[in-house]
Design a protein around this ligand. Sequence first.
Ligand code: BG6
Ligand code: MG
Length: 216
Amino acid sequence: MKIRACIFDMDGVIVDTAKFHFKAWQRLADSLSIPFTETQNEQLKGVSRVDSLEKILTWGNIQLNNQKKLELMELKNKWYLDYVEGVDPSEMLPGVADFLKELKENDIKIALGSSSKNSILILEKLGIMHYFSAIIDGNKIHLSKPNPEVFLKGASDLGLKPDQCVVFEDAISGVEAAKDGGFHCVGVGNEDILQKADVVIESMKQASLELLKRFN
Ligand code: BG6
Ligand code: MG
């Protein structure tokens, strides 16, 4: 098989933490009296903490100094960490555990390509760190999705070319990043939202070795 690796986004693909990011941003937007909808939240998925805050402030037409922005990001992250406190392996999205096992058994490498600075904490809570040959997260990149840096670094750490890797993404920004970087991309979620992906699956339950073969 031409495909040698899968690079996974984390929030919303491996684990259902996207809902906690949404809850925490919503709480922050409320505290600033900025209206914040689920449609707007789609534009934050995959986007770094700082870029997400900038977008929310722009929507609210609010200007703040850097110190205040840092305080708000800390507050949002504190709330987020409270929400993820109880995350355990049962929170893994359906299909993920079986797919990781199938990849491992078939010598397909596994990497993480996440914008989150909390990714190690979450992977440890899920007990799946040992599956990953490369972990690229928000602490290792300079440019947030939709820039392809996170996936390019992942492929490079694995010693592979982008077209030997399949990226799994639930965010518009992540699908754009994957395609701009020259990767194959499986969108996970809503087909209408993730139009730029090569193929969209509704849930990770549909992820399989068979699905990867279409990229040969
Ligand atoms: C992405 C999420 O994975 O990580 C975004 O989709 C989030 O919603 C981003 O803003 C950064 O996460 P963190 O954990 O570093 O605040
Ligand atoms: Mg995501």
